[in-house]
Design a protein around this ligand. Structure first.
Ligand code: KG4
Ligand code: ZN
Length: 364
């Protein structure tokens, strides 16, 4: 089963081709992140306009790469080379289309969904609407060995922080989630406070490499529910710490702080913040592991690209974790195509290409 996956929920326009949910054939990502950096966060209108500009080229490039991969995989002396030459219509090998239809920014989602609906109708292919958060977990099915159920997933992105136990494909239970900010959002806000550019996550991680994670003691939130999270208190604690380090009090406006911090203060705040944020994630994941004894633990979503998370989690858990490469952790089309394959292979009812809607608040 070969699926074209399309993803436009936020600021990445992405398309990818995946076979049988596990084999990545091609993946193309065009990001508008640089256009948002000067505003310190995502501007929905800019994201939507960028998707319109990039979507056709991104999908075409993912499709074109089917042929180049097959031609390089087969030697010129192989008879298959003659059949799968670069002139072959790549659509002939596509069995279905999968597209993120939520959650995300409405204007962004609409572009991918409309592109996918149009292609499903004109190319006569089944269409699967895909939940972006659920799909993040499927990046882990694109590496080997494949996760073995039951799978405990820590999903950590700019919009979500949750622990989910999957007993099978499409069968899962939400164990806990954040009461307020997502952990990626906390990274982005902490970065802004200390004057690191957007996106904050990777920049905090980079700054933390030069800092002392134990220089400042930041609080770990105590929340109801064994597997729930809260990050808004930590964000406020970073603001208070940065104000003090900049020589001010709690009335100092946050935009006054960055020029008053030395590089070393910035590094130490970044490292101390990251240490506690990650420790919170690891504590809850370990608790969930002990409660459910899954066969596999996976991490998913943009924050899964964080090396400190990988190091702390591997040190805490009694089983080893197979981590997906960074480009499969942040938003991509491959995870969408992978989940689309599993839906197709399970013969789930495809969606109606004339009515599939974008839903910014789609729940798992
Ligand atoms: O999954 P994703 O690409 O988009 C959403 O679905 O939200 O996640 C984006 C989030 C951002 O908050 C970004 O700062 C964070 O992932 N992120 C990281 C790292 N790379 C991306 N956070 C911490 N460390 C990283 N290396
Ligand atoms: Zn995402």
């Amino acid at each position: 089963m070969r699926v074209l996956g399309i993803e436009t929920s936020c600021d990445e326009t992405a398309a990818a081709i995946v076979d049988n949910g596990t084999t990545l054939i091609s993946s193309v990502v065009a990001s508008s992140v640089d256009l948002h950096a000067e505003f310190g966060g995502i501007v929905p209108e800019i994201a939507a306009r960028s998707h319109i500009e990039s979507i056709n080229a991104v999908i075409n490039k993912a499709l074109e790469q089917i042929n180049s991969i097959q031609t390089t995989a087969n030697s010129p002396h192989n008879s298959k080379f003659e059949i799968r030459n670069s002139k072959e219509n790549p659509w002939s090998s596509i069995d279905a289309i999968a597209v993120t239809n939520g959650p995300g920014l409405l204007g962004s989602l609409l572009i991918g969904v409309l592109a996918a609906r149009t292609l499903a109708i004109t190319k006569n292919k089944p269409l699967y609407g895909i939940n972006h958060v659920e799909a993040h977990v499927y990046s882990n099915f694109l590496i080997s060995p494949a996760p073995k159920f039951p799978v405990l997933a820590l999903i950590v992105s700019g919009g979500h922080t949750q622990l989910v136990i999957f007993t099978n494909h499409f069968e899962y239970q939400l164990l806990g989630q954040t009461y307020d900010d997502a952990v990626g959002e906390a990274f982005d806000k902490a970065a802004k406070i200390i004057g690191l550019p957007y996106p904050g996550g990777p920049n905090i991680a980079k700054a933390a490499l030069h800092g002392d994670p134990h220089k400042f003691e930041l609080p770990k939130a105590k929340v109801d529910g064994e597997f729930n999270f809260s990050f808004s208190g930590l964000k406020t604690a970073v603001l208070r710490l940065a104000q003090t380090q900049a020589g001010g009090d709690f009335k100092m406006p946050s935009f006054d702080i960055p020029p008053l911090l030395s590089d070393q203060q910035r590094y130490d705040i970044a490292a101390s913040f990251q240490f506690v944020a990650i420790q919170t994630l690891v504590d809850k994941t370990l608790k969930a592991y002990n409660a459910f004894k899954p066969n596999t633990v996976v991490i998913a979503g943009g924050v899964a690209a964080n090396q400190e998370l990988r190091d702390q989690l591997s040190a805490a858990l009694p089983i080893s974790i197979n981590y997906a490469p960074m480009n499969l952790c942040t938003d991509n089309g491959a995870m969408i195509a992978s989940l689309g394959c599993f839906k197709g292979m399970a013969n789930l009812q495809p969606d109606d290409p004339y009515s599939l809607e974008a839903n910014p608040n789609l729940k798992m």
